[in-house]
Design a binder for this molecule. Structure first.
Ligand code: GAF
Length: 415
């Protein structure tokens, strides 16, 4: 084709229908309500979140929908399009299932560890109510049925997991009358991801999924969790963000992600700082003298990436989005060469998009697969898509899934 694949619309009717059908099949009843939360694209700021640094993601229109109702007992039952079987657990037994021991698989099917992990996290936090603003005691919680459907591509680096967590956390907050918002919901999602699913991720994805707004990126300080919306102005600039999903699947509960985290912690310890956030580009010369080459390059990626986020925010606010292309491309080079989390498909996506005039391009998300993004003139979206597809075919790679994304609303109740 000569254009990007058809964009998937936000909170799509089809996703609501799928969640409703699953709910009816599981319970024989209609759901009491629908909640949804989006996936995200990270514009810039990769592997900086767990180093207490800066990130600039935005929520996308693709969403996960949770169809939910309360039950008369204290059971929680979840169903999803990922599985034929619903999973049912007593609320009081969640604490015997989670946390998942480090390095082990969850005691429930992995897809179910997300929604059940969120419920567990909410109940855990209720016991420490003063910390996270949970107002209701765990023994007041009633049982719930939850059916989940999504149009966020899975394994594409677009945070399908944060979308599930956000939708379920908000639904539980509402049906349990907890009035959780923003960073509270995000912290619950992250706790589920880290301790129930067992993926040692930062908080970026959950914050983007809960705080996103149309036409804006979320500029987040991952140390203080202070967030500011930064208008993107893509429409006025006649620019598009094209996502190239390489279809190389990644998982952050295994391998490279945790190793990168460990290298960053090592680097911070050698430099005598609490987190790499506390270093600036001026500290890099000293760092190089103190550590091995691999650790140094991991540190250099994080330190320069934090600076690129700050620069991107400054450029967005002064010149506008047309000015950020070189920063995106520099971010990719840093991830490819210093952090070493790219794969040939991601490099091909970036290079082939740039070769036909993309203003900037980079892999987005945790790496080792997933998606790249390119900043492209509206009128060139078709040409860039064609060029990337041709480059993939020439390299013998699986055909990528290419589509444009728009900055969209964060988690909300739909109906
Ligand atoms: C994944 C993680 F979930 C995020 O927390 C973040 O670390 C990202 O990789 C890399 O920037 O999406």
């Amino acid at each position: 084709s000569s254009a990007a694949d058809a964009p998937v619309s936000g909170a799509a009717e089809a996703t609501h229908d799928a969640a409703a059908k699953l709910f009816v099949a599981m319970t024989g009843r209609l759901p009491g309500g629908f909640w949804s939360a989006p996936g995200r694209v990270n514009l810039i700021g990769e592997h900086t979140d767990y180093n207490e640094g800066f990130v600039l993601p935005f929520a996308i229109a693709q969403r996960t929908v949770a169809a939910v109702d309360v039950r008369a007992d204290r059971m929680i039952r979840v169903a999803s399009a990922f599985s034929e079987e619903a999973v049912e657990v007593a609320l009081d037994d969640l604490a015997t299932i989670f946390p998942t021991p480090v390095g082990e698989h969850p005691a429930v099917p992995e897809w179910a560890a997300y929604p059940l992990g969120v419920a567990w996290a909410v109940m855990q936090l209720a016991q420490r109510a003063h910390e996270h603003g949970v107002r209701v005691a765990p023994d007041e919680f009633v049982g719930v049925d939850i059916a989940i459907a999504s149009d966020v591509p899975v394994g594409a680096g677009l945070s399908s997991s944060a979308a599930i967590e956000g939708a379920v956390a908000l639904a539980l907050s509402d049906v349990w009358n907890l009035e959780l918002r923003g960073a509270e919901l995000a912290s619950i999602g992250r706790m589920a991801e880290n301790e129930a699913v067992g993926a040692p991720t930062g908080i970026m994805d959950q914050m983007a999924s809960t705080l996103g707004e149309p036409d804006a990126a979320v500029f987040l300080d991952c140390r203080t969790l202070a967030a500011e919306l930064v208008p993107l102005g893509l429409t006025d600039a006649e620019l598009s963000i094209v996502v190239i999903d390489t279809r190389v699947k990644h998982a952050h509960s295994t391998g490279g992600y945790g190793e990168r985290r460990a290298a960053c912690e090592r680097g911070a310890a050698i430099m005598g700082v609490p987190a790499l956030r506390d270093l600036t580009v001026a500290d890099l010369e000293r760092a190089q003298a103190l550590m091995d080459d691999v650790t140094f390059r991991r540190v250099r990626h994080v330190v320069t990436e934090n600076q690129r986020v700050l620069d991107t925010v400054r450029v967005l606010r002064s010149e506008g989005v047309r000015g950020i292309g070189a920063l995106l491309t520099a971010s990719h080079a840093s991830m490819r060469d210093d952090f070493e989390i790219s794969v040939p498909e991601l490099d091909t996506a970036v290079e082939s998009a740039l070769a036909v005039g993309a203003l900037g391009a980079r892999m987005t998300g945790g790496g080792f697969g997933g998606a790249a993004i390119a900043l492209v003139e509206d009128h060139a979206v078709g040409a860039v898509s064609d060029a990337v597809r041709a480059a993939f075919a020439a390299a013998g790679f699986t055909e990528p899934h290419i589509f444009t994304v728009t900055a969209s609303a964060g988690a909300h109740r739909d109906r």
